[in-house]
Design a protein around this ligand. Structure first.
Ligand SMILES: *Cc1c(COP(=O)(O)O)cnc(C)c1O
Length: 517
C-alpha cells in the first residue's frame, strides 16, 4: 500500500515514510492509494477477535508485510494496548435499548486520543530503531532522531506525552499557556518526568504557543537540524489506529443485542474530524453502517454549517449565543468560541480535507482532477476563509453523514438527564454533545437502528462542566462519583516544567537546543 497527498499525487510514499513525514510538503494530507476491502469471511473470522487481534487484522490491510513483518506488528500492537485499564480496550456500554456509548478513555490520559497516540509513539520508535540499525550495519555514524514539538490547550499534549515518553531517539517538547490549562491536564503533562519529555509553560495564550510551533516548523534550518515531527491528527497513523474501534463496536453491539447484523448509527463529538473520519474509512472498507454517520459539533460549528449550506467557511456572521448562567459565550482573538467542550473548540477541521478529497474524487472520477480541485479549494480557504462546493459534492456528503450543533446549555442539560436516568451515568461534556445530537438524529432513523455515541473523555477530566451541570443534585458528589483513584495522587506528584517568560520563538529554540537528545 502506498500513500499520496490530497493536493498532488505525483509522489507516492511507503507507510513508514507517511508516518514519519506527517504533513505533505505541499500542505496536503496523506491518504492511501486505495481503500482496502474486508476479506470475504471477516464477519465470522473476526467476530471473536480481541482488540489487539482486530488491530492487527485492520492495520495489515494498510501496511505491506514487506514493510513490517506481521509478528512485529502484532508485538507492537500488543504492547500498545497492554496498559489500557479495560480488557476490551474500548468497551461498549448500553445506556438504554437504543443507545450505547463506546468508551474510548481507558488509556493513560483518560481520553480517546490515547488509542491512536499510544500506537503512533510505538510506530515512530520502531521505524527509527530499524533505520539506525541499518546505519550501524552499514558502518556509518548516522543516527536518526525525531524532535516532536506541539502546542496544547490540554488533551492532545498529555496524550502525546504519554505516547512518546521514554521512547528511544525521540524528544518531545509540549508548549502550554502557563496557568491556562485545567489543573488535571497540567498535572497529567508535567508529572511525566522521563528524560525525553519537556513541558514548556509559556507566559501567554494558547494562540501564542501555536504561533511559536508554526514558526518553528516553517524555519527550514531549525527543522532540518532537528527533524521536527508532528503529533496532531493529520498523521495518517492516528486515523488508521482509530478505525479499529468501529469494528470492535460492531461486534460488541451484535453480541449485546444478540443479533447477527446490527443496524448502527455512529454519532461522534467532532473537532478536527479525525475520530469520525476513521469511521468513514471503516464503512468504505465494508463495515455495514446503515445509517448516516452523525457529526456532532459545539458552537464551533463550521462542519454543521457545511452540511447545511455546502459552504466550508471559517467564521459565520452570527452573534455569539448566550450560554449557561446568562454569560455570553466568548470568542478569542482568532474567532474560536470558548465552550464547555474545549477539545472541540476549533476554527477549521484539519482532517476534513481528507473527506473533501473523496467527495471531489467521486464527482470528478480521476485522482489527478481530485487533487487539483482540493488544491484550489484549500487555496481559497487560505485566501478567503471559505469555499463553496458544487451541489453534487454536497449531495454526496449528505448521503453518508448528517450533522448538528449543540449549545453549552444543551450539553449541561444532557449531563444532568443521564445522571438522573435509571442507569445514572456521568458523561463528560464532549460525550454529552454527541448524546444530544444523537437524540435529535434518532428521529430520522428506522426503529431498528441503534445508536453508538463515541465517548471521548472521562468526566473527571472536565470537572468544570460536570460540576456546573450537577451542582444542584443533592445525591451527586464529584470526588465520590467521578474522581478515579488514579487522579487523586496526581496533583501532589513531583513535576518538571520549564518556564518561558515571554512568547518568544528564540527563547523556545534555546530550550529545545539545550534539552534535545
Ligand atoms: C480531540 C477530542 C475530540 C475531537 O476529536 P477530533 O478527532 O478532533 O474530531 C473530542 N473529544 C475529546 C475529549 C477530545 O480530546
Amino acid at each position: 500500500m502506498k500513500y499520496f497527498s490530497t493536493r498532488g499525487c505525483e509522489q507516492e510514499l511507503s507507510f513508514e515514510e507517511t508516518v514519519l513525514t506527517g504533513l505533505a510538503p505541499n500542505g496536503g494530507l496523506y491518504i492511501p492509494s486505495e481503500i482496502p476491502q474486508l476479506p470475504a469471511n471477516w464477519k465470522t473470522e473476526w467476530a471473536n477477535y480481541s482488540f489487539v487481534e482486530l488491530s492487527v487484522a485492520v492495520l495489515s490491510l494498510y501496511i505491506d508485510e514487506a514493510e513490517m513483518p506481521r509478528d512485529d506488528l502484532k508485538e507492537l500492537v500488543t504492547r500498545t494496548y497492554a496498559g489500557f485499564r479495560h480488557p476490551d480496550v474500548t468497551p461498549l456500554r448500553k445506556l438504554d435499548d437504543k443507545t450505547f456509548v463506546l468508551e474510548l478513555w481507558h488509556g493513560p490520559t483518560w481520553a480517546f486520543k490515547d488509542v491512536a497516540l499510544q500506537c503512533l509513539g510505538n510506530l515512530f520508535e520502531y521505524f527509527l530503531k530499524r533505520r539506525n540499525a541499518k546505519h550501524a550495519a552499514a558502518g556509518d555514524q548516522k543516527s536518526e532522531k525525531l524532535t516532536v514539538v506541539g502546542a496544547t490547550s490540554g488533551d492532545t499534549g498529555s496524550a502525546a506525552i504519554y505516547g512518546l515518553r521514554n521512547k528511544a531517539n525521540i524528544s518531545i517538547f509540549i508548549l502550554h499557556p502557563k496557568g491556562r490549562v485545567s489543573p488535571v491536564q497540567e498535572a497529567q503533562m508535567t508529572t511525566v518526568t522521563d528524560a525525553n519529555v519537556h513541558n514548556i509553560a509559556v507566559k501567554g495564550t494558547f494562540d501564542d504557543c501555536q504561533d511559536i510551533v508554526k514558526a518553528l516548523f516553517s524555519d527550514r534550518e531549525f527543522n532540518a537540524t532537528h527533524r521536527l515531527g508532528a503529533v496532531n491528527s493529520i498523521n495518517w497513523a492516528r486515523i488508521l489506529a482509530q478505525t479499529v474501534y468501529y469494528f470492535s463496536a460492531y461486534f460488541q453491539a451484535a453480541k449485546q443485542l444478540d443479533i447477527a447484523d446490527p443496524e448502527i448509527q455512529f454519532v461522534v463529538p467532532t473537532g478536527n474530524f479525525g475520530d469520525i473520519l476513521a469511521g468513514y474509512y471503516a464503512k468504505r472498507m465494508g463495515l455495514p453502517v446503515s445509517a448516516k454517520m452523525g457529526v456532532a459539533t459545539n458552537a464551533n460549528d463550521i462542519l454543521a454549517r457545511f452540511w447545511k449550506t455546502g459552504r466550508y467557511e471559517k467564521v459565520d456572521g452570527d452573534a455569539p449565543e448566550p450560554i449557561a448562567d446568562g454569560k455570553q459565550a466568548t470568542k478569542d482573538a482568532s474567532g474560536v468560541h470558548e465552550t464547555l467542550s474545549p477539545a472541540m473548540d476549533i476554527l477549521v477541521s484539519s482532517n476534513f480535507e481528507r473527506l473533501l478529497w473523496y467527495l471531489a474524487y467521486e464527482a470528478e472520477g480521476s485522482r489527478e482532477k481530485a487533487c487539483n480541485t482540493l488544491d484550489s479549494w484549500m487555496a481559497s480557504m487560505k485566501s478567503d476563509g471559505r469555499v463553496q462546493v458544487p451541489v453534487k459534492v454536497l449531495e454526496a456528503a449528505r448521503r453518508d453523514f448528517c450533522a448538528d450543533r449543540v449549545s453549552d446549555d444543551e450539553t449541561l442539560s444532557t449531563i444532568r438527564s443521564h445522571f438522573l436516568s435509571s442507569t445514572s451515568y456521568v458523561v463528560d461534556p464532549h460525550t454529552a454533545v454527541g448524546l444530544t445530537a444523537a437524540e435529535r438524529m434518532a428521529k430520522a432513523n428506522p426503529p431498528s437502528t441503534v445508536q453508538v455515541v463515541l465517548s471521548t473523555a472521562h468526566p473527571a477530566k472536565f470537572s468544570e462542566a460536570v460540576s456546573l451541570a450537577l451542582k444542584d443534585s443533592a445525591q451527586f458528589d464529584f470526588d465520590r462519583d467521578v474522581m478515579p483513584e488514579e487522579f487523586k495522587g496526581l496533583l501532589q506528584k513531583e513535576r518538571r516544567v520549564i518556564d518561558v517568560e515571554r512568547p518568544d520563538i528564540q527563547l523556545v529554540k534555546d530550550v529545545v537546543e539545550q534539552h534535545v537528545v
